[in-house]
Design a protein. Structure first.
Length: 328
């Protein structure tokens, strides 16, 4: 079957006003959310920086801040630097704001973002600009986009200075309910890679169920194949939608949960299959909310014979971790 004929919802077009604050959609419950996700990496040093804002419009508060890690960490507070507040006031303007935690953000809609932060007591600060390689790409069901960016600037981490000169994919979502409920499901991985100014990818999904008979024993109701979320390639400025994610497999450390490597195939709407592999170079687990832990990773990806880096978020829940962790 020609995947180009599959019944896919098209990627959505993002407008400048989508960068702003949207508030609550009528009918949404208290879990209504709006987020901004930024960061940067210094691959030659195995350094990754995460910058996040998660707002809860119903309550008028947001969580957010930054943490920076180098190499592999077994727990969040092993990160070289960490400053993240569980609640603080929501910015009135999502295109230019300063969080109570100290992160300052200024967005040139659809084009670039400048983020500054300083903690003199910890001898840590950064000034980074993320410049879009293409316009933001919208998820098929709307209210969410990612954008592949070139990063430039400087980082001082615990007194040591580094040049920021790489890539990162930023993310903005709005008008979604984001319930923090328990879930009996295997990990889902949010994956982005940028392999130069002319090549990038984004996709989301779990491992191929057929490659994990132990998961079927753990939860017999799992489908033969988990549903495909969404994704795209960027090739020479052209955004090409993905139609399928196949054969994904995650190699994990001896603890049973920490990701070490990824392999996957993606099929685009032109019918081409692209094989992607990734080696985790830095990892730090983080509880974005208490019922879920995400292994944040900087990954060295290989795609179409090219190498590059990108963030990876391996999202895990209690039942799966209890069943497959080898630490107890």
């Amino acid at each position: 079957m020609n995947v180009a004929t599959l019944d896919l919802k098209p990627l959505t077009t993002i407008k400048p006003e989508d960068e702003g604050f949207h508030g609550i959609v009528p009918g949404h419950n208290f879990t209504a959310s709006e987020t901004n996700y930024f960061g940067f990496s210094i691959p030659e040093e195995n350094i990754n920086a995460e910058i996040y804002l998660w707002s809860h419009p119903t309550f008028g508060v947001c969580a957010g801040g930054t943490f920076i890690y180098k190499g592999f960490k077994r727990q969040t507070l092993e990160a070289e630097y960490h400053n993240y507040f569980a609640y603080q006031p929501i910015p009135k303007d999502f295109t230019e704001y300063e969080l109570a935690v100290g992160v300052k953000v200024k967005i040139n809609p659809l084009k670039s973002v400048r983020i500054t932060y300083s903690d003199p007591a910890a001898q840590t600060e950064f000034d980074v600009t993320l410049t879009g390689l293409t316009p933001p790409v919208g998820r098929p069901d709307g209210h969410h986009f990612t954008q592949s960016c070139k990063t430039s600037g400087r980082l001082v981490l615990r007194g040591k200075e580094y040049k920021i000169d790489g890539y990162f994919s930023r993310d903005h979502s709005w008008s979604h309910e984001r319930p923090e409920v328990r879930r009996r499901t295997p990990p889902t991985t949010w994956m982005v890679g940028i392999l130069g100014d002319d090549l990038a990818f984004h996709t989301v999904g779990p491992d191929e169920i057929s490659r994990h008979p132990e998961w079927r024993e753990w939860e017999p109701t799992l489908p033969e194949r988990m549903p495909f979320n969404w994704g795209y390639l960027v090739e020479h400025g052209e955004v090409i939608q993905l139609a399928e994610l196949r054969n994904k497999f995650t190699t994990r450390d001896s603890d049973g949960v920490t990701p070490l490597a990824y392999e996957l195939d993606v099929v685009d709407v032109k019918g081409r299959t692209h094989h992607i592999t990734g080696q985790v170079k830095a990892n730090c687990p983080f509880h974005w909310w208490p019922n879920m832990i995400t292994h944040m990773s900087m990954v060295e990806w290989t795609l179409n014979g090219r190498k590059g880096t990108g963030d990876c978020q391996d999202i895990q829940y209690n039942d799966w971790v209890t069943a497959f962790s080898k630490q107890h």
